[in-house]
Design a protein. Structure first.
Length: 202
C-alpha cells in the first residue's frame, strides 16, 4: 500500500531484521532478512517482470522507487506498520503503506510457501500503483481496492470450490468492505474479471 533509491544505504524504519543495506533493482529497493540472502536477486527480478504490465494495465505513469521491507516474524512486521494499522491481524502478512513503501513477511519464511508470498508481493505492488493513481484509494472502498490487486496478481479461486458461492449465497459489498472479512480474497478476482468483461478497465 505505501523514494528514490540510491546506492547509499538508508536505515529502514524497523530496527530488527530487515538488514539495513538494500538490494537495489531499477524500480525497487529491498531491505531483506537473513532468510533472503541467497535469492534476493531472484525475488527482485521476478517483481521487475511485473512492473510494466501492472502500470500498463492500470494506465499509470512511473512510480518513485519502491522500498520493500521483509521481516522474519509477525511481531516485527506489526511494529513497523503500527503507526498506520495499530493492531495488524495475525492473518495479514503484507501491507503497502503508500505508493513507495511495502512491508511484508519474508517470502522465504518457513511458515509460508515461497510462491504464495511472491504472489502477495505482486499484490502489494499493485496496491502501490493504485496509491500512485489515487492517494486516498486505500480500503476506500475496500472491495475495489482489493479486487484490483487480486486481479493483477492473478489470485484466482475456482468458484466451484467456494461453498457460499456454490450455495448461491454470495457476500454483499457491505460485507466485503469490512476489514476483518477475508472473503474478498476469494471472490475479488471474479468481481474484477466481471467488471472488466462488462465495462472494460477504464
Amino acid at each position: 500500500m505505501f523514494i528514490s533509491c540510491s546506492d547509499d544505504p538508508q536505515a529502514p524504519p524497523a530496527t530488527i531484521d530487515p538488514l539495513s543495506y538494500p538490494h537495489n533493482t531499477p524500480h525497487y529497493s529491498f531491505y531483506y532478512t537473513s532468510f533472503d540472502s541467497s535469492n534476493i536477486r531472484g525475488i527482485g527480478d521476478t517483481l521487475e517482470r511485473h512492473y510494466t504490465r501492472i502500470l500498463n494495465d492500470l494506465k499509470s505513469d512511473s512510480l518513485p522507487n519502491v522500498k520493500i521491507y521483509f521481516y522474519t516474524n509477525h511481531a516485527d512486521l506489526a511494529a513497523a506498520v503500527a503507526h498506520v494499522v495499530p493492531n495488524l491481524p495475525e492473518w495479514a502478512n503484507a501491507l503497502a503503506l503508500s505508493e513507495d513503501e511495502i512491508h511484508m513477511m519474508s517470502p522465504n519464511h518457513p511458515d509460508f510457501g515461497y510462491s504464495f508470498m511472491i504472489v502477495n508481493l505482486i499484490h502489494e505492488f499493485a496496491h502501490c500503483v493504485s496509491y500512485h493513481i489515487r492517494p486516498n484509494i486505500g480500503n476506500n472502498p475496500r472491495w475495489l481496492w482489493e479486487c484490483v490487486a487480486i486481479y493483477e496478481s492473478g489470485q484466482f479461486f475456482d468458484p466451484h470450490n467456494i461453498p457460499y458461492l456454490v450455495s448461491h449465497n454470495p457476500p454483499t459489498l457491505s460485507q466485503l468492505n469490512t476489514f476483518s472479512n477475508t472473503m474478498i480474497y476469494q471472490v475479488g478476482y471474479l468481481i474484477a474479471e466481471y467488471i472488466i468483461l462488462n465495462w472494460s478497465r477504464t
